[in-house]
Structures are given as C-alpha cells and as structure tokens.
Design a protein around this ligand. Sequence first.
Ligand code: NAP
Length: 336
Amino acid sequence: MGADVAGAAKQVRLAARPQGQPRASDFEVVAAPVPVVGDGEILVRTTYLSLDPALRPRMNEVSAYAGAVPLGGVIPSSALGVVLESRSPLHKPGDHVFGMFGWQTHAAVQATEARRIDPHRAPLPKWLSLLGLSSFTAYVGLAELGRPKPGETVVVSAAAGATGAAVGQIARIFGARAVGIAGGAEKCRQVVEAYGFDACVDYKAADFAERLDAACPDGIDVDFENVGGDILRAVYERMNQGGRVIVCGLVSEYSRDGFLPGPSLWPAVYKSLRIEGFRASRYFDRIPEFVDKALEWSQAGLFTHREHVTQGIGNTPQAFVDMLAGRHFGKAMVEV
Ligand SMILES: NC(=O)c1ccc[n+]([C@@H]2O[C@H](COP(=O)([O-])OP(=O)(O)OC[C@H]3O[C@@H](n4cnc5c(N)ncnc54)[C@H](OP(=O)(O)O)[C@@H]3O)[C@@H](O)[C@H]2O)c1
C-alpha cells in the first residue's frame, strides 16, 4: 500500500457549500490514492460510515461547531473500519475499530485515535446504532443532565432517529414515562411499537399542541431537545416546576441561514428550570461503561435499535440528504 496506488480508494468531498437543505450535488465522490501509514499510525479500511445531522452546520463557510469543512475536503465523520496495516503496537491488522475516519474507504489515523470494537459482542452495525455515539449521547444526556426520576415525563424530539430512540428507551429504564415527537403518524406508530415509548406525537399534525397535551397529562419534567424551533417552544411551554431542558441538538435549524432566537427565559425563573446544553465528547471516558450497560439492557430485552443502512460509498451524499429529511428509521449509516 502507498501513495502511488492512485485511484484505489474513494472519498466523499464537499464540492459546494449547501444553500439551505443540502443536495447530493453538493458532494463529489472521487478516486484517491490509498494513504501511506506513518509512525504510530494505522491504515483503516472503513466498513460503515455514520450519517450525522451536526455535519450540516460544518458545511457552512464558518462553523462555531467543531470547525468548517473546507471546500474540497473529505467529510470528517465517525465510522467503523478494519485495520489493514499498523505501525503501532496498539492495533493489529484485522482488528475492528471505531474512529473519525471520514467518508472515505481508507484512512490513515493515529492508532491512539481509534477505539477497538469487538464484533463478537455485537454485530458491526450495532456499534454505530445501539452501542454508537448517538446512543451514548442519549445515555450521558439523561444520566448526567436530565436525571429523570421514576414517574416523571421525559419528552424527546426526533424520537424515531438515532439519538431519540435511545433517549426514550433509557428514560423508561430509569423508570420515567417516555413521550416521543416525530414526523408522521406511521413513524410515531413505529416509535411506540419498536421502542416501547409510552406515546409519540406527530409534529406534522394540525392539532400537534392538543396531542402533546394529551400525551403529557402531568406536564413535562425533562425535555431532551434534538430539534429546536417550534417543537422546542411547544415543549418549553409545558415544562413543570424544576424541569430540565437538555439541549442536545437543533436539527430543524441546521440548514437555515443562522440560528433562531430561543424562547423567553422568564419561565426558567418562575419554574426554576435548568437549561443545559452539552456535547457528548465531554464524557467520552464513559463509553466503556455505557457499552457494558447497553449490552446488559439489550440482553434483558430493554434496549434495542434499528439501523437504516444504505449500500455503497457512492450513495453517501443522497443518504445524508435523506437522513436530514427524515427518510429513515433508526440510525442512518452507509455500508461501504
Ligand atoms: N450534543 C451532542 O453531543 C450530540 C450527539 C449526537 C447527536 N446530537 C443531535 O441529536 C439530534 C439527532 O441526531 P441523530 O444523529 O440522532 O439524527 P436522527 O434523529 O437519526 O435524524 C435526524 C432527524 O431529525 C428530524 N428532523 C429533521 N429536520 C427536522 C425539522 N425541520 N423539524 C423536525 N424534525 C426534523 C427528522 O425526523 P422526523 O422524520 O421525525 O422529522 C430526522 O429523522 C441532532 O440535533 C444532533 O445534532 C447531538
């Protein structure tokens, strides 16, 4: 393997800055040389690429979140892969690993940046869904920040997606009621059937507010906010005294030209609300603890996850567009 193997690898690069909702034509899939491995590095052949909404703001000219992707740059995503070559004692050829390998077939990364995963403990795609960063985000967001008590009501938006599905199930494991918000009656039905939520409310329904009231007769104690905009406002208005608004993401605002102003802070005063944003990366040292717990819950029939798998790296741009538009159920990913 070496830089002279021109065209043996493929990469998905940013071809144009998306205007509003991204289009597949904002990306290009190009042939590239397989990278040369330096000291302390490993060469990884990617197996599954993650599709994450937070990549969208990074495609703008300026991004406060983790830095803007340069035009022509490889999309810097997390992924699973198998080690082809190693110049480090940490990993050996054949090891399966997780890391920021990007949307590409081959990546050379520092061995210390790759985390070994064990496909005997769970099949590969589960390491991006059930055991992946979005489920981990749900876990730390609830365990550390939301801290639902038994009997409390937790509402989560984008409930049919990667993070939301895990939030509802973990809320129930903690003894709380789980109410999802998702787009469309069919998605809501699946959220209840596949993941055991107590209820799921269709935000596209004309009577969304009445349905949210009916699903939360005792008000809302924890808002696990994934969407922002009108959905955040509707949930915020229904927060109980001492409630927690956990701001995980604002996907409805990622393709806008600038973020929306939030609702008034006044209810935070008279209801003693705690409003807290977070990035899961703050807690990465707790991933092993989470993986053990998630597998235990899964074996006990309490925790499950679906995958929406698109085949072929060439289909990654369209799969990303479809994920942002909600044309998936569970964790969206590409099998390379
Ligand atoms: N803070 C962190 O560390 C962290 C880590 C991971 C993820 N997140 C955040 O978690 C959220 C969910 O991410 P995910 O990876 O789990 O993706 P996901 O939920 O699997 O997919 C995104 C979903 O967002 C919903 N959506 C898109 N546009 C919307 C709109 N205008 N209004 C309402 N819903 C909309 C769609 O669901 P519907 O079909 O229901 O509309 C879509 O399925 C994102 O905000 C992401 O940034 C944060």
